[in-house]
Write a protein that binds this ligand. Sequence first.
Ligand code: IPD
Ligand code: CA
Ligand code: CA
Length: 250
Amino acid sequence: VRWNEVVFSLAKDVERAVMPLFGKPKAGEVVGTNVSGDVTDYVDRVSEDIVLERLRPLGINVVSEEIGFIDNGSDYTAVVDPIDGSYNFTAGIPIFAFSFALFKGEKPVYGALYEFSTGNYYEAVPGKGAYMNGEPIRVQPKPPEKAALSFYTRGRGIGIIRRVKRVRVLGAIAVELAYLAKGALQGVVDVRNYVRPTDIAAGTMIAREAGAIVVDDTGKDLKIRLSAEEKMNLVAASDQRTLDIILEEV
Ligand code: IPD
Ligand code: CA
Ligand code: CA
């Protein structure tokens, strides 16, 4: 299977189906509850149906944000979020993405994010680097006082905001991890015990391949499980110095 071609064309199919709904109330109609206890909006359902239909012939296992784990007895598992940033999508904020991460057993083999509004396609080939539209990308470390951070908190670690120059909370953590990978942010932090593997699997692969360090709130390497339910804390940084400052504060 040429995963880059399959996944890119899948992302384009999702784009075609959902973009007419961008910023429309219909997109945000609640149609159910997902496996992690969050609501499923109409746009989540439409996009996931396409993903499942297109992946079915491949016979791989699928972990998708709304439906959870589909075990097809394969060695390969795709951890997918058809749309990361549903709120943004429905509200008409153009920051959201299709997220796809492929594992053989527990080993990452391919990760991709498609950012609909810019048409940027990010990829990770473990051991071979991270790319945006086919060009290599790399993190861009800065001294903390010049750094830009994405920081999700419910109060924990709030001192971080005084130690960096800029804080951005964009509402689609998959996209924010891609921004870290391309050097637009120096860190992505979520200490709400809230993000799931589906939100961050591809983003983590891409950020790591671009040189980022991705750990949990205790500083341990972040392990991505093949699950749509597990809640995690994530600390990702372009360099050790930024990481240390974040971990000191949380
Ligand atoms: C959400 C986004 C957001 C994060 C939330 C997620 P969804 O995913 O990743 O950045 O803060 O925790 O639920 O529901 O839009 O796919
Ligand atoms: Ca998500
Ligand atoms: Ca989603």
